[in-house]
Design a protein around this ligand. Structure first.
Ligand SMILES: C[S@@+](CC[C@H](N)C(=O)[O-])C[C@H]1O[C@@H](n2cnc3c(N)ncnc32)[C@H](O)[C@@H]1O
Length: 428
């Protein structure tokens, strides 16, 4: 049986030798010349692109990286003319303004951030750039819906602004820089590299942070709290919550995200068991009707985590979330349920576990056979789509295992109950 332990998600990093990191070194040097303090160097890490490696043993509380606010890319950089042209668009956010600024600044040879822009990839491999083959692999999954909705939202946003801005202000928005492809590149940049930071004026700003942008995500990160500028030094400090030895990759937590979110907006799935991964369960409308009006009758109650993340596998729990089980119980019988070992309760438990088993069997069928997914000679996006389906299969499979174990437990208990001469109710 798998269990969630902190150590399980601590993974070894493989540094790829021979990678030319001139541009990254140049950025680091530029940072240090401008007040950055760092105990990290940049290397190419297997499976994650560039990463930040500790140059010395770092303990809890040590600052791995310190960036002056003057090097942080924030909304105040948007030039007045661009700002005024955009102001007319009702509801346009400062994030969108900054995104449009970055599309142009990227090509500005005189930019104060040229060295930073030079380190950015020509292409981001996030879910937003998935091709048709990857989308076909995802048919019937929640990830397909998430990517489609995100892309539709971005396309609508782009169509609201362009070509109008290019026609009205070709000097500020040169058409060749403001294509849909360039817009998508900037969206991917901001989704995968920005951080939300609180400044001493109390304002939360979405920023790009040169050098800090090399820190990869981990399910067991070294740096967790990094969201606030230190007003005494006017710097952003990345302090360790977990030690990191010299030569190890120092990782952040990007947030509590599911694999589908990480694929859509960052283009990767983390190694290890992700506590925030879920499967959507397709519960019949008829069953839903029973829960109408109750506080748990929404779709989110039908998201179930892998049961290996849960400890209580006893009768009435089975390693599954209690609100979800309650929803299934109410679907079977609207009467209030107790957790007494009575034959009627146990019979009800058998029915709900059978319901869940049937739903999961259907889901497994819909996910298809893992062996049919051709893993060789496939593009990055198809590989990622296949990986996502593997994760979904393993979660469904863990729920199925819980169902089978639960059914055995309940059936054994029911036999014991029925065999007893004087039926009683044992409270657990
Ligand atoms: C802020 S950047 C980190 C630096 C990045 N590796 C690079 O080379 O520019 C975020 C991107 O790094 C990659 N990444 C971050 N954490 C990762 C992980 N645990 N596994 C694989 N890729 C990861 C993803 O491509 C993600 O969109």
């Amino acid at each position: 049986m798998m269990s969630q332990s902190g150590n399980k998600n601590i993974l070894e990093t493989t540094i790829v030798e021979g990678y030319n990191s001139d541009r990254e070194r140049k950025l680091l040097q530029w940072g240090e010349n401008n007040g950055v303090k760092t105990r990290l160097e940049i290397a190419y890490v297997k499976g994650a692109g560039r990463g930040a490696i500790a140059t010395e043993d770092l303990k809890v509380g040590d600052t791995a990286l310190e960036i002056p606010t003057s090097l942080i890319i924030v909304e105040e950089l948007v030039q007045a003319d661009m700002y005024h042209a955009l102001e007319k668009f009702e509801g346009i956010s400062s994030e969108t303004m900054l995104l449009l600024w970055s599309m142009k600044e990227r090509h500005n040879g005189d930019s104060q951030f040229k060295i930073y822009f030079d380190t950015l990839p020509e292409e981001f491999h996030t879910g937003l750039s998935f091709g048709i083959d990857a989308m076909m692999v995802l048919d019937g999954t929640l990830l397909l819906d998430e990517i489609t909705a995100a892309k539709e939202h971005l396309r609508a946003q782009y169509d609201d602004l362009f070509p109008a801005l290019c026609e009205d202000h070709p000097d500020i928005f040169p058409p060749e820089l403001y294509t849909w492809e360039h817009f998508l590149w900037a969206c991917e940049l901001w989704y995968s590299n920005s951080m939300k930071i609180k400044f001493p004026d109390g304002k939360l700003r979405t920023c790009l942070i040169p050098i800090a942008g090399f820190l990869n995500h981990s399910l067991d990160p070294h740096v967790v709290h990094y969201g606030r500028v230190d007003s005494a030094t006017n710097t952003l400090k990345f302090r360790l919550s977990r030690p990191c030895n010299a030569g190890q990759e120092c990782c952040l937590s990007y947030g509590n995200f599911s694999s589908s979110h990480l694929i859509t907006f960052y283009g990767f799935v983390p190694q290890g068991d992700n506590l925030y991964d879920v499967i959507p369960l397709d519960i019949d409308a008829a069953q839903d009707d029973f829960t109408e009006g109750s506080s748990i009758s929404n779709w989110t109650t039908h998201m179930v985590r892998a049961t290996w993340l849960s400890h209580n596998r006893n009768i009435f729990y089975y390693g599954l979330p209690s609100p979800f089980l309650d929803c299934l119980r109410r679907a079977r019988s609207p009467m209030p349920h107790t957790k007494d070992l009575l034959p009627e309760n146990l019979k009800n438990e058998i029915e709900i576990l059978e319901d869940l088993r049937a739903i999961c069997d259907d889901m497994m069928d819909n996910l298809g056979d893992a062996d049919l997914d051709d893993r060789k000679n496939t593009n990055w996006d198809v590989k990622l789509a296949i990986k996502f389906k593997d994760i979904q299969r393993s979660i469904v499979s863990s729920v199925l295992t819980s169902c089978y174990c639960g059914l055995k437990l309940v059936k054994d208990e029911l036999s014991k109950c029925l065999a007893e001469d004087t039926p009683g109710s044992k409270q657990i």
